[in-house]
Unconditional design. Structure first.
Length: 280
């Protein structure tokens, strides 16, 4: 299935090297974000839904987790803009004998069936919208009146120094590396809780709550270089550098992560918002 090109170029990014990198790093990322997946699955299961839409489902970890919680009577659909990640999600769901559906589309504009779901959920999949109100209103139309929203999104860069350590360390060597900003489409697009509430309310959601949640995350030290050379803004430009500059960037970035290394393990805190709302 083809994918609608979003105005902000996210389709290009996630159907290129970035999407392929996430597929290749699937096991690493699933381990890293396991505590986050568990909390979100608990939140969704507590609603006792029958039909769940998983926005920005990636390689399907959260979709599969939701489907397991819902059991045979539930129906879960994962949607993502990346064809590579959707294909990986279908394969892993099939291998796990999980009955879940996957759709390659831009959730911001896709014509979902009206009132087809009673819950919409997402782990880090909704911060990239170029027009958040339009996108959230589109998701609202897909949810029945009285239905629920449960999103986990990143708080700001100041609260997540691990997530920006690579680009800050590389900046002196890569002056053309595009800077990231809180509240701009991207990882930290929902950094401001006041703005997050306003956007959801403008899109037709009510009883909007934004609660801070911190997650302890860890990975093997042996996986750290794979993490920062395959994922994130620095990783996207490494392949364009000559060998000497690339080696200097990798050395500088690896040193920046040293405070997070504890023996054979890398540990950090993921500072997030848990966003909940009701379909008005």
């Amino acid at each position: 299935m083809g994918v609608t090109q979003s105005a902000n170029g996210q389709a290009i990014v996630w159907n290129g090297d970035a999407g392929r990198a996430w597929v290749e790093a699937q096991d690493l990322l699933d381990t890293l974000f396991a505590p986050i997946e568990t909390l979100l699955a608990d939140e969704v299961a507590a609603i006792a839904p029958r039909d769940v839409l998983d926005v920005g489902c990636g390689t399907g970890a959260t979709t599969i987790s939701f489907a397991r919680r819902l059991g045979a009577g539930g129906h879960v659909v994962g949607v993502d803009i990346s064809e590579a990640m959707i294909e990986a999600a279908r394969e892993r769901a099939s291998a796990a004998r999980i009955d879940a559906a996957f759709l390659c589309a831009d959730a911001a504009t896709h014509g979902f069936e009206t009132a087809a779901f009673d819950t919409v959920a997402s782990r880090f999949g909704v911060m990239f919208f170029d027009d958040p109100v339009r996108a959230l209103a589109n998701l609202r139309r897909a949810v029945r009146a009285g239905g629920a929203l449960r999103f986990l999104v990143w708080r700001g860069m100041a609260d997540n120094p691990f997530m920006v350590a690579a680009e800050r360390a590389a900046a002196p060597l890569l002056p053309d590396l595009p800077p990231r900003h809180d509240d701009a489409p991207g990882q930290f697009g929902f950094a401001d809780p006041v703005r997050v509430r306003r956007l959801h309310e403008q899109a037709g959601w009510s009883a909007v709550e934004v609660r801070p949640v911190d997650f302890p995350c860890s990975m093997a030290e042996a996986d750290l270089e794979t993490y920062f050379t395959r994922l994130g803004p620095v990783a996207r430009v490494l392949g364009t550098l000559d060998e000497t500059l690339r080696a200097r960037v990798v050395e500088a970035v690896r040193a920046a992560f040293e405070p997070y290394v504890h023996g054979d393990e890398v540990r950090f805190t993921a500072a997030c918002w848990l966003v909940s709302a009701t379909a008005a």
